[in-house]
Design a protein around this ligand. Structure first.
Ligand code: PHE
Length: 455
């Protein structure tokens, strides 16, 4: 077998892992969830979920990947040969592939909005309708960009093609290089837009609108949301972190990496809120219902149209979204690619094509869920919604529980301590606490989430 790929540098492996974690979950789901579920109270809860549960589970996934140097299925096969634990890995691969199918569509929208912002599309014909119905205009544009057949499909295909090019480049020359270039771009745009939005008149009202703590909003449902959001935005339960850690060199400190990745992902989520809400309140747009997709595709273009140089801000903002989406799609595609390379000994090229070519049909079905197939429902849901619900509500929690139970109870006792201490070369005083969380708290709480979703 060919030499196992590795990330070439410390910065590169962090950029790639942060690139995976920072996705649409942070950039649009988090701000909207936080604002409607208690502001700073939700943020606090979210931070607790990330640090108390998210990081230990992340460490469990990292340990599996790096100890086995294998893909999500192979990790279990290498560490417990002849046992059925590889099924947990198989579910992770399934989850990641199904998520890839629909996430690619949303990623395509970000590219579409980027292109339409750079060109004149998004901001054309604004004067004809008069300023008062800007909302209506952008809502109609969203309808055109998202809910017709041809256009969004074209951009989904473009996104698949970009992913293919990056993945064919391999781990260090494709994924790592892409992340090394794009992650700094993402942070620069983020800080720039934050500066612009926070200096708008009335920005402080936006900040309090976003973060005003309201502990009375913290209900069991909100706790379940926060936990689900934390796990999704750390890319847990998808096999991504097992796969990426299999490319980490043996001297990489796993704990430090997990803390850096979590902090950066948290930072992006909070900065996004500090971009969105001051902008929205500055123009009195907080009266409209603010929800994930409409918030970024309708309300924010409305904000940009009110600023000088709307196309500049809009292009930067959608470039940010596009970068976040792209680095996430390659990470989730890599799970299946690595699996085919390691399990079936496919060449990189064959593996990439086998994973990506079916998407031209499967993602198309998800894209058409907003267009001519919107009436086609299974279990009362469009194909897009069905995949989203089945993966986030069922598969991801099941995989995370599987990982915790395996690492906590069935894997070789020393797996975690050896990985956290890099075979004894690092101090890892937190190993016992981490192990207890992986054994008891994490699986129990994730199981509660699973049950709660179905009550
Ligand atoms: N953390 C990612 C996000 O917030 C989760 C993800 C990764 C989803 C890769 C899809 C693909 O969007």
């Amino acid at each position: 077998m060919s030499e196992k790929s590795q990330f070439a540098s410390k910065i590169g492996l962090i950029a790639a892992t942060v690139g995976s974690a920072v996705g649409l979950g942070n950039v649009w789901r988090f701000p909207a969830e936080a604002q409607s579920n208690g502001g700073a109270a939700f943020l606090l809860l979210y931070i607790i979920c990330v640090f108390v549960l998210g990081i230990p589970v992340m460490l469990a996934e990292f340990s599996l990947g790096r100890a086995s140097r294998s893909d999500a299925i192979g990790a279990f096969k290498v560490l417990s040969p002849g046992k059925p634990w590889w099924c947990v890995g198989a579910l992770a691969v399934l989850a990641s592939f199904l998520i890839l199918c629909y996430y690619m569509v949303v990623a395509g929208w970000t590219l579409e909005y980027l292109v339409e912002s750079i060109g004149t599309g998004l901001y054309s014909h604004l004067d004809e309708a008069g300023g008062s119905s800007l909302h209506g205009i952008f809502a109609a544009k969203m309808q055109e960009y998202v809910a017709t057949d041809a256009k969004p499909l074209l951009f989904t295909y473009a996104m698949i093609a970009i992913n293919i090019v990056v993945l064919l480049g391999g781990v260090s020359k494709g994924i790592e290089r892409l992340s090394n270039i794009l992650m700094p771009v993402l942070f620069v745009i983020l800080v720039l837009l934050c500066g612009v939005c926070l200096s708008l008149p009335g920005a402080s009202a936006g900040v309090s609108y976003f973060l005003e703590p309201d502990f009375s909003k913290i209900t069991p449902g909100v706790i379940v949301n926060a936990l689900g959001q934390a796990f999704f935005s750390l890319s847990l339960g998808m096999g991504i972190l097992i796969t990426y850690a299999s490319y980490y060199p043996s001297h990489t400190p796993l704990t430090r990496t997990s803390v850096i990745v979590s902090l950066l992902s948290l930072l992006v989520a909070v900065l996004m809120g500090l971009i969105i809400f001051p902008a929205v309140t500055a123009f009195g747009l907080d009266k409209e219902p603010l929800q994930g997709a409409t918030l970024v595709f309708v309300t924010l273009p409305e904000v940009f149209a009110n600023l000088p140089w709307p196309r500049l801000w809009s292009s930067l903002f959608f470039l940010l979204l596009f970068v976040a989406a792209l680095t996430s799609t390659v990470s989730i595609a890599e799970v299946s690619v690595a699996m085919l390379q390691d399990r079936l000994r496919f060449s990189r090229r064959k593996a990439v094509l086998c994973v990506m070519l079916p998407l031209f049909v499967l993602s198309a079905l998800c894209s058409l869920s907003f267009g001519s197939m919107s009436d086609f429902k299974l279990l009362g849901m469009t194909i897009f919604d069905l995949l989203d619900t089945f993966t986030t509500d069922i598969l991801l929690p099941v995989v995370s529980i599987g990982v915790c139970v395996y690492v906590g109870w069935f894997a070789k006792n020393k797996l975690l301590s050896e990985q956290l201490s890099n075979a004894g070369t690092l101090k890892a005083r937190h190993t016992a606490v981490t192990m207890n969380i992986i054994r008891y708290a994490a699986p129990a709480l994730i199981a509660l989430v699973l049950i709660y979703n179905y009550l």
